[in-house]
Structures are given as C-alpha cells and as structure tokens.
Design a protein around this ligand. Sequence first.
Ligand SMILES: [Ca+2]
Length: 222
Amino acid sequence: MHKLAAVLLVVSAVIAGTLSLQGLAQPAATAPAASAPASDVVIKGVSTMPVTFDGNVSKFEYADAACASFPNGHGIVDVSAKCFDGYLYFAFQIPDLSPHPGDDIVIMLDTDHSRHAAPGKTDIRAYVRRNMENSRMQQGDGQKWADYYGDWEYRSALYSTGREVEARIPLKSLGIEPGKKAALGLAFRIWDNKPQQTYNWPAGSNENKPDTWGTLTIDLTE
Ligand SMILES: [Ca+2]
C-alpha cells in the first residue's frame, strides 16, 4: 500500500512537472521567433520542385526552400526563398483578417551587399500591393527609393484568412551565375491598414536603411 502511494506520488509529481514544463516551454518556444528571428536566409543549390507562378503557395512548390518568418499582428508570415529555372523566388503566406486595398508586402534586396545607410543604385525592391495594379518596382537613388523598370514579376492569391504572394526575379539580373555563391542584403516589410502598422523582417530593420537588413546567401556551387 505504501509502495502504491509512493508510485502515485511520483506519477502525480511527474504529471505536474510535465504540465508546468509545458506551461513554461510555450512562451520560451515562441518568444525567439517573435522577438529575434534569424536574420540570415541561406539558399543551397537549385530547387528540384517546379513552380506554377500563379500566386498560390503550395508545399509541393516550396518544400525544399529556405525559410524565414515574422509576426504581422494576425499571425505569422511564412516566407520561402529558393532558386529555380534561372529565377530567385520568394513566396509568402500572409495571414490577414482585415483585408484592405492598401495592404502591401515589400521585398528588398541589396544586390552587392554594400550595406549603405540609404538606398543606393544597387538596392532594389518589389513593392507588392494587395491592389496589384498599384504595385511597383523601386531602386535607390543614393538617398531614397525611386521607381524603375526592373525584372521583378509578382502574383497574388487569396485564401480564407489571408493572402499568398509569389515574386521572382531572374538570377541573371542580380549578376548571379550558375555554380557561383553570392551574398545579398535582404529585408521584408509589411504594411497593414487595419490596424495601421508596419512589420519588418529582420525585426528592428528599417526599409530605408540597407545597413539594418539581413543577409541572403545564394550558394549554387553544388
Ligand atoms: Ca504557385
């Protein structure tokens, strides 16, 4: 009887311990993703999974992609990045419970990783609006962003609780050749209209300051 009581005590202690551990583990597991997402994205090799460039983001297209994520007030934005068929692809799954025509996502590349304090000629970005005809491509002029005619393409699709965006740019227009390795600056910015709020990746980065951006490594040497 004493033994049984002891066993029960141990079992209940283990259960209590497990429960309290789970309670502790939850904020510890989510906190790093929210406050300090990794600021490096590494693409190794060319993807083997074909893309249908239609705005829909499926796991069959991006299962072997490099990943990043950041919160946007509605949930977590999942970003996939990969190289395929001569293009650099980005795919976004953006939870958004308050759709507004002015919502956007912006993809910024510092193509020579020069990390200037203001957008320069080698800094480019795709400014993808929910209202797609208002989307545009921009390039730094040394002080600020200005419109340009680049090689970006983008598509978007809606789902019940958000939208998905695919964007691509030819590797050639970034000066990246097959068999080579390159480092670029990389940042994302989301503007949400309801409530009005900006969300950045990496956390704390500034879209107008390439020296605050993360790093995209494209390694095509294998
Ligand atoms: Ca697709």
